[in-house]
Design a protein around this ligand. Structure first.
Ligand SMILES: [Zn+2]
Length: 112
């Protein structure tokens, strides 16, 4: 959980977000089975809605999400932040262990 605490603080600054919104994103990113990219193009993810009733599609290339919040043109939604947290939590340790750029790991995992 320390990884997510560090990343959450970073996300607040990086995206200029309300910490409460980032906490919701951490909840998504750190929970099992909430984010998938198996049937998606690189840079795209399926994110389960927090009430568990549906899925939203996040595209990191177009910086978009299909959730209602995003459709209303609000600030970056919690799903996009969750995808960022989720990928960083996985990619960073790999990149550090292998001493390669994060971008290389992102591509290997189909995240980018
Ligand atoms: Zn969204």
């Amino acid at each position: 959980m320390d990884t997510y605490r560090t990343l959450a603080e970073e996300a607040v600054h990086k995206f200029g977000l309300d910490p409460n919104r980032v906490i919701l994103a951490v909840d998504i990113a750190a929970s099992h089975g909430m984010i998938y990219n198996k049937n998606c193009n690189p840079g795209e993810f399926d994110v389960r809605s927090r009430n568990g009733r549906g899925w939203y599609h996040v595209n990191t290339r177009t910086k978009s999400c299909t959730c209602p919040d995003s459709q209303l043109g609000h600030n970056i939604c919690k799903h996009r932040v969750a995808v960022w947290l989720y990928t960083q939590a996985i990619v960073r340790p790999h990149a550090e262990a292998r001493r390669v750029e994060q971008a290389i790991i992102m591509q290997e995992l189909g995240y980018a």
